[in-house]
Design a protein around this ligand. Structure first.
Ligand SMILES: Nc1ncnc2c1ncn2[C@@H]1O[C@H](COP(=O)(O)OP(=O)(O)OP(=O)(O)O)[C@@H](O)[C@H]1O
Length: 234
């Protein structure tokens, strides 16, 4: 469970999050929507201690992130908006293997996880490809595979679909839904709710640093009007 308790945060003196309280339960698939600049990335970066609240606290599985950064970082998988920032190796397979290797897993288990993660993002058989020769969409898929290979209890993704074509986007979404059905808490920031709503349990929409909407996809749809979020045609 990831829990925000009355979290406020400002860059310099500009307030970006204001009194945000939110809980993502294990097994819940939550969408985080909202206009550019509404605070989504800032919120997500609190989940593993990349940012620390000015007020309030963030807890992962009941422990404040600031008390045990290592625990938070091993149980919360993060996929950032700009995958290039996340790579540590030259080739696809080596990069996806990096996290599991650091967990000290056996080689066979590492190989199993790398294969499963690449398969999930439609990159099976591409382990030897150089990352710098991949398209932006392929790089996004590798970044997502890297997070999946860690087998995290919670997965937090910030607009991970940039550059992905429709089949790849669909495949990753279905994989996320399957993971949440198996007990992983998933929080996905996206502007585009068109084909995700049916897969998610909940929609949280930010406006000016506050949670403006929080409800089931059906209930939330009406309230999203005016929040600059792409919603399905009805
Ligand atoms: N490092 C920073 N220093 C100062 N201000 C920042 C910094 N990062 C973000 N901000 C500001 O905080 C506000 C919220 O930004 P944030 O990136 O969290 O929004 P967002 O909802 O993720 O936007 P987008 O959809 O465009 O990614 C914006 O006004 C932004 O300019």
């Amino acid at each position: 469970m990831i829990e925000f308790r009355s979290v406020s945060y400002a860059f310099e003196d500009v307030s970006v999050l204001e009194d945000v309280s939110l809980t993502i339960e294990d097994g819940e698939f939550g969408l985080l929507a909202g206009a550019n600049g509404s605070g989504k990335t800032t919120l997500l970066r609190h989940c593993n201690g990349l940012l620390t609240p000015d007020d309030g606290e963030v807890l992962v599985d009941g422990t404040p992130v600031s008390d045990d950064l290592i625990a938070a970082r091993s149980s919360v998988g993060m996929v950032f908006q700009h995958p290039r920032d996340q790579f540590v190796s030259a080739t696809v397979g080596a990069d996806v293997a990096f996290g599991p290797e650091n967990l000290g897993l056996e080689r066979a288990e590492i190989d199993r996880r790398v294969d499963a993660a690449l398969e999930a993002v439609n990159m099976a058989g591409r382990a030897d490809d150089r990352i710098d020769a991949l398209s932006g969409g392929e790089q996004s898929r590798v970044a997502i595979a890297g997070a999946l290979a860690m087998d995290p209890s919670h997965l937090v993704l910030d607009e991970p679909f940039t550059g992905l074509d429709e089949p790849a986007r669909r495949s990753v979404l279905e994989r996320l839904a399957a993971l949440s059905a198996d007990g992983t808490g998933v929080l996905l920031a996206t502007h585009d709710l068109r084909d995700v709503l049916g897969l998610a349990d909940r929609v949280i929409a930010m406006q000016d640093g506050r949670v403006a909407v929080d409800g089931s996809p059906d209930d939330a749809l009406e309230d999203l009007a005016g929040l600059e979020v792409r919603v399905p045609d009805r």
